[in-house]
Design a protein around this ligand. Structure first.
Ligand code: SIN
Length: 181
């Protein structure tokens, strides 16, 4: 690789940038919605008791906000190898047009990690309440599933790019926590 790489993150990559990068900006992609429809048996759940993490679902009129990172060409092979390993639970690396936010307007071609509906860990649609219930009950080698949800919500709010789907699940989680047991 002799060129810098742009990476778009919309899930843990928004808030857990455990790789060297030259720039980070709020950014969006067109035609996709973020949904907690992917199962996690390696990070936020375990085999037989999967947690829920986000993937992208095709939605022609939607935009999905996240974070774009510019990775230096010299670092790209090791960063991509690290992320391929981190995202191995069902995600493929795909090319995408990334629209950078107001801090650095413009469109760049980059990559994102996408879990298709036919990967073995895919769980699919559920109500926000059912998703919150599953997240509340799940944990894996990377920690509790609740932390994934709340870190993502906080990072999106910090960028002023809140997402209705994520916020609805967070609201249900808070309600569940308030219910007497
Ligand atoms: C991403 O963050 O862009 C991919 C999904 C994840 O790792 O949560």
């Amino acid at each position: 690789m002799n060129k810098d790489i742009w990476l778009f993150g919309y899930g843990s990559i928004v808030w857990k940038a455990d790789f060297p990068h030259e720039e980070r900006h709020p950014a969006y992609i067109r035609g996709w919605s973020r949904r907690f429809w992917q199962g996690s048996t390696d990070h936020r759940g375990v085999p037989g008791r999967p947690g829920r993490v986000v993937t992208l679902i095709e939605a022609p009129d939607a935009i999905c906000w996240g974070a774009a990172y510019r990775i230096a060409a010299s670092q790209a092979p090791s960063v991509m190898a690290h992320l391929d390993h981190r995202e191995r639970g069902g995600y493929d690396r795909v090319a995408v047009d990334i629209h950078l936010g107001v801090n650095r307007p413009g469109t760049v071609t980059g990559v994102t990690y996408f879990a298709t509906r036919d990967n073995p860990n895919y769980l699919g649609e559920a109500t926000p309440e059912a998703i919150a219930t599953q997240i509340r009950a799940s944990a894996g080698p990377s920690g509790h599933n609740v932390d994934y949800l709340l870190e993502l919500e906080a990072a999106l709010l910090a960028m002023k790019t809140a997402d209705d789907h994520v916020s609805a699940i967070t609201r249900h989680l808070k309600r569940l926590n308030e219910k007497p047991s």
